[in-house]
Design a protein around this ligand. Structure first.
Ligand code: HDE
Length: 688
């Protein structure tokens, strides 16, 4: 590691650097060259270590302080750099600088995360995903700190610590980790009916995305856009993945967490490193005060959506992630998102959750990053000019020069430093504020079930089954029967069939009485296709991964066809074989093996093909992991392609492939092409 702070401050560091980098010599933090980094200083070869060893002490001191507190929520995350490209001028809506010019690119840093798990937890937990975007605009950093689900569990910030305490590991035993399948969570949410809508989302496949690349992002709250004349419009932010939506199924999630707990971070890293830059479109739902007043629900209530059928999403630009981090700690761990980081042209609303967040994020950065100068860390520093009189504090890296550190001052234009700018500067939208000071929840926030029902009826049958299964799984881990019953009593206000199937799965008989609603739920809200994942899947196999199970002597022509079709499609493949290293195909060509079969289960892939040799298939058929590879793929409704030799493995594994339209024989390039086209559907849902 080289340290160039000295040279930046112009205090003579350049000279030292020269001396040390010339020889590439290992040094202490103070720059002293180190002669021996293998042995500490001892009194004789077998004697005690000497306190005098300043090199040992410095090294251990630094090591002992490597950790900073992990985020209290969203601890597990992964970030990448990219840019936002504006499609067209939005000056009719906002004076925000980044939206003024067509084609303008604004640098961005994005961090995806789970919420409940600790930093080292698995990526495939059933959980909300954070989708936090920092836009380094020319008029300051704008953070859209959103999630992959457009609503939240609670309506008021004062309940956030309770929600998170209940979701995280229980305080006496310290488990379970990274999951909500336990009594405390379900106790809290069933006593908090405003959570019911969000629970429908977290029990859906939205909470087990296949990849960060294939999930939506939402700003959740209603924000304002303000134009140059001061006119304000309400707006909700949406990030729509160009590659379409995709989730795994629960059984896959369980296995992936063991086979590759870093599945999501590896996926993002691999995609960017191979030049397949993930992309999202930023969409706006724009509406005015009149719509807000007429809408069935309160637009300040973060447990509600505005259906896209009512207010269409207008695409305004694209977000592209094209650069991985150089250093995980420096960037992903130290990045500090703050909801209150907005820019001229963007403003808050009175959403009570957003108001609480605006206090909380700055506060948390002080705790995590240890001082008020976290904007000096490169990933947090604005990329536009900055001039202010804030000074000193821990780790101050960018220190003002000159005499003036206050204003007003009379030191003249040059020496006196920056001045406020009423024309360009941020001005809050002058919304009317009045009311009695009181602790109260607006009655317009009290319908907790109608949109939960709307979400449910918008799902395909398959997705509805997954929701019921997820409720059953989670509640089956809840030991207190009364809590399970309480959840069913809420579901009775959402959809009777859903409540019945959950009750049946839990062995609850008779059904409890429906929970007493604050206001009667409506059953006239129409289904919205935008709420289903399966109705918004990809149109091709681009960016997806094929698993190729093969052996020595595999059909080289078929392998070449697979390779070329995947390349045309923009998809990738990994190979799985009985041994590591490489295999030789029947043309003698060496093919690198990505996974030995017991370390490469089919859950890691979007579709699979089986291409062994005649001899090789005997080996595979005798290997339980190879049998599981195809059995799991079949059970998870994946598309399976197979050569004539590969068919034997399907047969030996007891798979009913012959009548199954999702199992396709591969002979030549044309059949491979047809197979990959079929794979765009991602799963053969018709499989019983
Ligand atoms: Fe957060 N949230 N949050 N949150 N949140 C944090 O900030 C908080 C909420 C979200 O990748 C913390 O830097 C309160 C909603 C994301 O670094 C903390 C409330 C939404 C991230 C915090 C909420 C989010 C955070 C923890 C209720 C979706 C990760 C560490 C009033 C719209 C950002 C940190 C990253 C992180 C507080 C509710 C999204 C403690 C008090 C709603 C994506 O400040």
């Amino acid at each position: 590691m080289s340290d160039d702070y000295g040279s930046k401050n112009g205090n003579g560091g350049e000279l030292h650097q020269q001396a040390n980098t010339e020889a590439n010599t290992l040094t202490t933090q103070q720059g002293t060259p180190i002669a021996d980094d293998q042995n500490s200083l001892r009194a004789g070869p077998r004697g005690a270590t000497l306190m005098e060893d300043q090199i040992l002490r410095e090294k251990l001191f630094h090591f002992d302080h490597e950790r900073i507190p992990e985020r209290v929520v969203h601890a597990r995350g992964f970030g990448a750099h990219g840019y936002f490209e504006n499609y067209d001028s939005l000056s009719d809506l906002t004076c925000a600088d980044l939206f003024q010019r067509k084609g303008e690119k604004t640098p961005a840093f994005v961090r995806f995360s789970t919420v409940a798990g600790n930093k080292g937890s698995g990526d495939l937990a059933r959980d909300v995903r954070g989708f936090a975007v920092k836009l380094y605009t020319q008029e300051g950093n704008w953070d859209i700190v959103g999630n992959n689900i457009p609503v939240f569990f609670i309506q008021d910030a004062i309940k956030f610590p309770d929600l998170i305490h209940s979701a995280k590991q229980e305080p006496d035993r310290g488990f379970p980790q990274a999951q909500t399948a336990h009594d405390n969570f379900w106790d809290f949410v069933t006593l908090t009916p405003e959570s019911v809508h969000m629970l429908m989302w977290t029990m859906s496949d939205r909470a087990i995305p296949r990849s960060f690349r294939f999930m939506e992002g939402f700003g959740v709250h209603t924000f304002r856009m303000v134009d140059a004349s001061g006119k304000s419009t309400f707006v909700k932010f949406h990030w729509k993945p160009k590659g379409g939506l995709q989730s795994v199924v629960w059984d896959e999630a369980l296995t992936i967490n063991g086979a590759d707990p870093d599945f999501h971070r590896r996926d993002l890293w691999d995609a960017i490193c191979s030049g397949q830059y993930p992309e999202w479109e930023l969409g706006l739902q724009v509406f005015d005060e009149t719509f807000a007043e007429e809408f069935e629900f309160d637009v300040l209530d973060p447990t509600k959506i505005i259906p896209e059928e009512q207010v269409p999403v207008r695409p305004v630009g694209r977000l592209v992630l094209d650069r991985v981090v150089d250093n995980f700690f420096a960037e992903t761990e130290q990045v500090a998102f703050c909801t209150q980081n907005i820019v001229p042209g963007i403003d808050f609303t009175d959403d009570p959750l957003l108001q609480g967040r605006n206090f909380s994020y700055l506060d948390t950065q002080l705790k995590r990053l240890g001082g008020p100068n976290f904007t000096h860390i490169p990933v947090n520093a604005p990329k536009c000019p900055m001039h202010h009189f804030q000074q000193d504090g821990h780790m101050a890296m960018k220190n003002p020069t000159g005499r003036a550190n206050y204003e007003p001052n009379s030191w003249g234009k040059e020496e006196g430093g920056p001045r406020e700018n009423p024309d360009k500067g941020f001005t809050s939208y002058p919304s009317q504020v009045s009311g009695d000071k009181q602790r109260v929840r607006s009655e317009t926030f009290s319908d907790h079930y109608s949109q939960a029902r709307q979400f449910y009826i918008s799902q395909t049958e398959e997705e509805q089954t997954h929701i019921a299964d997820a409720f059953i799984f989670e509640l089956s881990k809840v030991e207190t029967i009364a809590i399970r019953e309480r959840m069913v009593s809420h579901l009775l206000n959402v959809d009777t069939a859903l409540a019945q199937s959950v009750a049946q799965g839990l062995g609850i008989d008779p059904l409890p009485k429906a929970a007493e609603p604050a206001v009667n739920p409506r059953d006239d809200l129409p289904a919205s296709d935008a709420l289903s994942i399966l109705k918004n899947g990809p149109k091709n196999f681009k960016g997806r991964k094929l698993g190729i199970l093969l052996t020595d002597g595999a059909d080289g022509d078929l392998l070449s066809s697979i390779e070329s079709v995947l390349k045309q499609e923009g998809a990738v493949a990994e190979t799985v074989a009985p041994h590591s290293g490489e295999i030789k195909d029947d043309k003698g060509r060496a093919v690198a093996v990505t996974h030995k079969v017991d370390g490469g289960p089919s859950v890691l892939f979007d579709a699979v093909v089986v291409v062994p040799s005649k001899e090789g298939v005997k080996t595979l058929s005798a290997l339980p992991p190879a049998q599981n590879f195809v059995r799991d793929a079949f059970h998870h409704k994946k598309f399976i392609g197979f050569s004539s030799e590969g068919q034997t493995l399907l047969h030996e594994s007891g798979i009913a492939y012959s009548q199954d339209q999702g199992c396709t024989p591969l002979k030549d390039e044309a059949s491979v092409k047809a197979f990959i086209q079929q794979c765009a559907e991602l799963r053969y849902w018709a499989r019983p």
